[in-house]
Design a binder for this molecule. Structure first.
Ligand code: DX5
Ligand code: ZN
Length: 234
């Protein structure tokens, strides 16, 4: 059955001086998630936002607070983000041993949140194997994490298809696949056709002259590709 794609605008590209207005704008435009990029200056070469922002954002929005943790020590910091009101916590597999990845996903679920695991571009899909049956979402990064406004790494959609096949093989048909980095109207159809369900958009939305229109354009381009892929399978 056809399921429309979900758009997760990344507030890393929003106007921090008027963040409330940008959140209201993406809500009205039909975003499903608000994507919050947490960077610690160690796991990635940039420092962004964290717990104090999430604490204020959570009560101010009805969107799913999707927290992308680009940090070195997720097991230590998970409780902070759980307490701050995250709905979905996304940990990078590169930051954790296999055993700690399993622990982190279990800890997120025990707190009643949605759990996701993320892959950097050079990390193989197989790194998700220890948790693929338990994930609510897997994130395929299509740029090196750290900055918004980068170009989509060509061929990233192949990893989306690989992750989708792994989830099916594990019997986790409900697992969502999110793609993050360089997603706009040109790249959304590629990843949507390969099985992406949730598209993170930073610059494609917030740097556009009309962000609501830009969000709708990405969603429409992705939905057309998902529909065509579905028809091709029928
Ligand atoms: C990059 C972040 C992304 C980034 C996306 O490390 O994880 O979420 O904000 O920005 P765009 O869509 O501009 O590539
Ligand atoms: Zn992100």
């Amino acid at each position: 059955m056809f399921q429309p794609v979900k758009i997760a605008p990344s507030i890393l590209s929003a106007n921090f001086m008027d963040l409330g207005a940008d959140i209201a704008l993406i809500e009205r435009a039909g975003a499903a998630f608000v994507h919050i990029d947490v960077m610690d200056g160690h796991f990635v070469p940039n420092l962004t936002m964290g717990v104090p922002l999430l604490k204020q954002l959570k009560p101010a929005t009805s969107l799913v607070c999707d927290v992308h943790l680009m940090i070195d020590n997720p097991l230590v910091e998970l409780p902070w983000f759980i307490d701050a009101g995250a709905d979905l916590l996304n940990v990078h597999v590169e930051a954790l041993s296999e055993a700690d990845l399993v622990r982190a996903i279990a800890q997120i679920h025990e707190a009643g949140l949605l759990a996701a695991a993320a892959l950097k571009p050079k990390t193989p899909a197989s790194a998700l194997a220890p948790v693929i049956g338990d994930l609510d979402m897997a994130l395929v990064m299509s740029v090196e994490p750290g900055f918004s406004g980068q170009s989509y790494i060509a061929g990233s959609e192949a990893k989306v298809a690989e992750v989708a096949a792994m989830a099916r093989a594990a019997g986790n048909e409900a697992m969502l696949i999110q793609v993050d980095g360089g997603i706009g109207t040109a790249t959304a159809p590629l990843v949507a056709a390969a099985g992406a369900d949730v598209l993170v958009c930073g610059n494609a939305v917030f740097a556009a002259p009309d962000p609501a229109e830009a969000l709708a354009a990405v969603r429409d381009a992705a939905d057309a590709a998902r529909l065509a892929a579905l028809d091709a399978c029928a």
